[in-house]
Design a protein around this ligand. Sequence first.
Ligand SMILES: *Cc1c(COP(=O)(O)O)cnc(C)c1O
Ligand SMILES: *[C@@H]1O[C@H](CO)[C@@H](O)[C@H](O)[C@H]1NC(C)=O
Ligand SMILES: *[C@@H]1O[C@H](CO)[C@@H](O)[C@H](O)[C@H]1NC(C)=O
Length: 360
Amino acid sequence: MPVIGVAKFLIIWQENRQVSYEYGRYGNPTTVVLEEKISALEGAESTVIMASGMCASVVLFMALVPAGGHLVTTTDCYRKTRIFIETFLPKMGITTTVIDPADVGALESALEQHNVSLFFTESPTNPFLRCVDIKLVSELCHKKGTLLCIDGTFATPLNQKALALGADLILHSLTKYMGGHHDVLGGCISGSIKVVSQIRTLHHVLGGTLNPNAAYLFIRGMKTLHLRVQQQNSTGMRMAKLLEAHPKVKRVYYPGLPSHPEHELAKRQMTGFGGVVSFEIDGDLHTTIKFIDSLKIPYIAASFGGCESIVDQPAILSYWDLPQSERAKYKIYDNLVRFSFGVEDFEDLKADVLQALEAI
Ligand SMILES: *Cc1c(COP(=O)(O)O)cnc(C)c1O
Ligand SMILES: *[C@@H]1O[C@H](CO)[C@@H](O)[C@H](O)[C@H]1NC(C)=O
Ligand SMILES: *[C@@H]1O[C@H](CO)[C@@H](O)[C@H](O)[C@H]1NC(C)=O
């Protein structure tokens, strides 16, 4: 290329004849590598990464739902997502219909009654691992010109290909399985160039940029994603069966179990069910605290999907600010445990869980 002045170069760049990272908020060669890696895994035209999963969902809502618009979402979901939908979106006149993940009739009537811009749902959901029939709901949404975005954090791109099933967009909290080491926060949204560009444009205004070093940690973490998820699929399934058969466990929530309400659907649209198993101890708040405090391997912490096992009692860790009766509305009972199995040896985890159950 002949030597040209900077001002002349800027005109060429403005006319999109040259790629340039003219300012860090708009991207960086390392963040682009991560975006391309995620696009390849999801089979997407385009991906935008952000500073956290919450940042990604907030920017998504603000970019795709107009003031006065309507959103459909599901009952069981990440609590901060629900808080944003309930407390902030009404300030922009945005109304919401909240449906049970399996209630296709409720989705159809919301689509009839409102001009729905977006149906946003996790699948599987947090913390009960409910599943939404992605193929079916995408067909219903598309007939009405409604976009479908799946938060696939629990599934990872390895256990579920939401875009191939018909979703317009797939969102992940990269913080969980994709990073895999509990040491970095990030989020992403993948889909067509057209829709992702709409989100990216607002993201460039709002900030919430993922720094290149964080992107590097995700790129490194993702090299072992398939190995970690394979192990977590296997441990999750074996532990779910073991817990379900145990007399001190009242109920287990895991899509790989025939007792799960969407088991047949999960088998159709997923290739594995991941490392998170939720269950209820046969006992009260204190019995459950005793179980958790008797465990020796897992950390007691929020988050999931990493190498180390993590356990939490949602009533205490995520919902303690609500009285018991309010928590019950979300089925967050005092005896609920959410266990994220890591990549430790299965026999060690099994022995630990069994001794903690014996201790109560
Ligand atoms: C953790 C999580 C989020 C939020 O992601 P952060 O990276 O923690 O901001 C959103 N959705 C689901 C399903 C999650 O588990
Ligand atoms: C529905 O909302 C979209 C914006 O999301 C708008 O473009 C369209 O005109 C609306 N349709 C009707 C029938 O109001
Ligand atoms: C588990 O995870 C791997 C990804 O590493 C996936 O390919 C596999 O099909 C999954 N399912 C089972 C049942 O292990």
